[in-house]
Ligand binder design. Structure first.
Ligand SMILES: [Zn+2]
Length: 428
């Protein structure tokens, strides 16, 4: 459910582990003082949804004999066919409905808990069926003599912007909760700043933060929290700001100058692993003679996912002598990375693009290996470098029109952060 795999360079393993064990176990320390306010200027707000009439039949049908609506919540093991049978509806009608692409898709992806509303006529025949195609779209099917009529009812999702802030006194997540912030929002904040702050070790009493985040609403009902839009964090007197901005089709966090916070490379392309062999000359564990170890080894259970260390194009995916199942990624600028001894390759083929953090394979012991581990190499212009110490190239900052757009798009959230920070300082 929660993606923590991008936790990277700064000793993230402790944090990753803590998060893995349960968010609330994270014992950084923080506290309240909390300010939470609905944003008045709804600049990012989409148009308000039109209230959707509940399933009951429209008034026009008063003329015809009344039909009855029955809502079915799908239980484990149920299929559309079994629901039809339970309601005494004919399989023929079901097959007519399934000619509608949305209905076919719904039937094939039917999930426990999803709701279907059946309109059943006094004769016991199906008159209509309603279901949600996704969060913002409801499909209404009407069974008529001429066929099945389909209507799409849009249920726009409204994004409301909220701000909250707090001061660290005991536990990051507890203090977040006191500020009205849910664990997913706090986790999103941690992800935004993970490259700069080690939340497992660096937090201090008195650290403070301000967050601008979203809530998703539909038809006047709160659906869930959205993501963090902007965050300001003062850690041991140092200011960190992360601003979300969509660039080249991907929403990412940038600093005030428009430089991506995400680093070009993860230092360790695997989670929950133990470094078992460093870079350099060593006695080969199987061959017995001194040999240069061109990479680093991480012991991990068979099947542990291995991540692309950075955005790349797949250069090789297959078997190599000694290395076993291997993936080589080309990151451009002369940098390639190699991942060996996999039990299984990921889904990507040679030539495909992968993004940092995507799973490219799974730990194994294929090739010349004494036990399951990842052998990881980092090459610059063909020369092997120590992945633990090599200077990683910095990501490119936004420039020109992209930078101008970034400044324009993030200005409102930045202003909200500043206002809240001012309020918090004044309250001290
Ligand atoms: Zn190795």
């Amino acid at each position: 459910m929660i993606h923590v795999r991008r936790l990277a360079p700064k000793a993230p393993r402790a944090l990753t582990a803590a998060l893995g064990l349960g968010l609330l176990a994270l014992t950084a320390s923080v506290v309240p003082a909390l300010y939470r306010a609905m944003d008045g200027g709804a600049a990012d707000t989409l148009t308000l949804a039109v209230a959707l009439p509940p399933p009951p039949p429209p008034a026009a049908e008063a003329v015809a004999p009344a039909s009855e609506w029955r809502t079915v919540r799908i239980a484990s093991g149920q299929t559309l066919g079994s629901v039809f049978a339970d309601l005494g509806l004919s399989p023929r009608t079901m097959h007519r409905l399934l000619e509608v692409p949305e209905a076919k898709q719904m039937a094939s992806r039917l999930q426990v808990g999803s709701e279907l509303a059946f309109e059943i006529g006094p004769d016991g025949e199906l008159r209509g069926l309603r279901f949600d195609q996704d969060e913002s779209r409801r499909i209404a099917l009407a069974v008529t003599e001429d066929g099945v009529r389909r209507e799409v009812i849009e249920r726009p999702i409204e994004r409301r912007t909220l701000v909250a802030g707090g001061t660290i006194t005991s536990s990051l997540f507890a203090d977040g909760a006191r500020a009205g912030l849910s664990a997913p929002v706090m986790l999103d904040m941690v992800k935004a700043l993970q490259y700069d702050i080690d939340f497992a070790q660096d937090l201090r009493e008195g650290d403070s933060f301000q967050i601008v985040y979203e809530e998703l609403w539909r038809e006047g009902e709160r659906l869930r929290d959205g993501g963090v839009v902007a965050v300001n964090f003062v850690n041991q007197g140092k200011h960190y700001t992360a601003l979300r901005f969509e660039h080249e089709g991907r929403a990412e966090f940038f600093d005030l100058e428009g430089r991506p916070l995400r680093k070009s490379f993860m230092r360790t392309p695997i989670e929950f692993a133990r470094l078992t062999s460093g870079f350099g000359a060593r006695r080969h564990p199987i061959l017995g003679r001194m040999r240069m170890h061109n990479g680093v080894d991480y012991a991990a259970p068979v099947g542990t996912p291995i991540f692309a260390a950075g955005d790349a194009r797949v250069k090789f995916a297959g078997w190599q002598n000694g290395y076993g199942r291997t993936v080589i990624l080309d990151h451009g600028n002369g940098v390639t990375t190699l991942y060996a001894h996999m039990s299984r390759l990921g889904p990507h083929r040679v030539g495909e693009r992968v993004r940092q953090g995507q799973t490219i394979g799974y730990v194994g012991a294929s090739g010349l290996a004494t036990g399951p581990h990842l052998h990881y190499e980092f090459r610059v212009n063909g020369v092997h470098r120590n992945p633990l110490t090599v200077t990683m190239p910095k990501p490119e900052p936004l420039k020109g029109p992209a930078l101008a757009e970034f400044r324009r798009a993030t200005a409102p959230a930045l202003a909200q952060l500043r206002r809240l920070e001012g309020t918090q300082l004044a309250a001290r």
